[in-house]
Write a protein that binds this ligand. Structure first.
Ligand SMILES: NC(=O)C1=CN([C@@H]2O[C@H](COP(=O)(O)OP(=O)(O)OC[C@H]3O[C@@H](n4cnc5c(N)ncnc54)[C@H](OP(=O)(O)O)[C@@H]3O)[C@@H](O)[C@H]2O)C=CC1
Ligand SMILES: O=C(O)[C@@H]1CCC=N1
Length: 265
């Protein structure tokens, strides 16, 4: 892998995380290329990482692996600019199936679809990897190496990717919303904002670590907090009355449906 040249095409928020992860893992900067739309973004990337920021066409010509980090709506234009490449294409784009890329690239070009998430910034992403029709096990292994510095990786069949996007791609936003709402509630109950913030964030971190490290089902962990005729039961009753489970079912269905619309548009 370290002998391959990797180009991050559209190094925005997520593309930058891939680029930074590669460099962190010891990949030589001279074998990392980036592309950007705005000149000021190009300058920022070159300054921050010491990598060459080139045109999409030059990146496609020089690199062995093309990681596509643009918004799904910009992917068609980027592929036009890349031209007829046979290099391994690794897409970060939500919604777009590997066939979207395959249809615009020469027959047989390997394409891999990956859904990662923003905790990549702290090395705690979960990246789900799916090979397209012409991607081999070796290509999947390359994609795994590319995303390992960002956190955990998992292989999923491509038909599951829209569901993955709804669960873990968008997932951090649901947790942040919940944290935000709990802080506001703490303030309503009279806690200073900074205290409410610290209490909620550490509760989130502690609960997440327990979920990960105990191996227990979340229902079991919830039961352990819920004393008979206690405070937690009263709160859970209110959440259930407001339809929290149905809200999540609807929310994740909406995210999955949106991914499907992106593919169709
Ligand atoms: N944000 C998230 O949590 C997640 C996002 N994704 C997926 O990752 C992809 C990127 O999202 P995100 O990083 O949030 O978006 P950003 O807008 O931060 O990044 C997209 C980048 O692509 C650049 N770009 C657009 N068109 C071109 C072009 N023609 N040539 C070169 N560069 C171009 C943009 O440049 P400029 O800045 O100048 O506009 C921008 O820097 C999306 O497809 C999204 O679905 C996947 C998982 C999670
Ligand atoms: O909102 C989005 O479309 C992207 C994909 C997953 C997270 N953010």
């Amino acid at each position: 892998m370290s002998e391959k040249t990797v180009a991050v095409i559209g190094a925005g928020k997520m593309g930058e995380l891939v680029l930074a992860g590669l460099l962190r893992s010891g990949h030589p900067a001279e074998r990392v290329l980036a592309t950007a739309r705005r000149p000021e973004r190009a300058a920022e990337l070159a300054d921050r990482y010491g990598v060459a920021v080139v045109s999409n066409a030059e990146a496609a010509a020089r690199a062995d692996i093309l990681a596509i980090g643009v918004k799904p709506q910009d992917a068609g234009k980027v592929l036009d600019e890349i031209g007829a490449t046979r290099k391994l294409v690794v897409s970060l784009c939500a919604g777009l199936p590997t066939t979207f890329f395959a249809a615009r690239l020469p027959e047989g070009t390997p394409v891999i679809r990956v859904m990662t998430n923003t905790p990549a910034l702290v090395g705690h992403a979960i990246s789900a990897i799916s090979p397209g029709a012409h991607a081999t096990g070796e290509h999947v292994a390359i994609a795994e190496e590319l995303f390992k510095p960002l956190g955990a990786t998992v292989r999923v069949p491509e038909y599951q990717q829209d569901a993955v996007t709804a669960v873990s791609g968008s997932g951090p936003a649901y947790f942040y919303l919940m944290v935000e709402a709990m802080i506001e509630a703490g303030v309503l109950l009279g806690l200073p904002r900074q205290v409410a913030h610290e209490l909620v964030v550490q509760t989130a971190v502690g609960s997440a670590v327990m979920l990960r490290d105990s191996g227990e089902h979340p229902a079991k962990l919830r039961e352990a907090v819920t004393s008979p005729a206690g405070t937690t039961g009263a709160a859970l009753h209110a959440l259930e009355k407001h339809g929290i489970r149905a809200a999540f079912l609807d929310a994740l269905t909406a995210a999955r449906d949106r991914a499907q619309q992106i593919a169709a548009s």
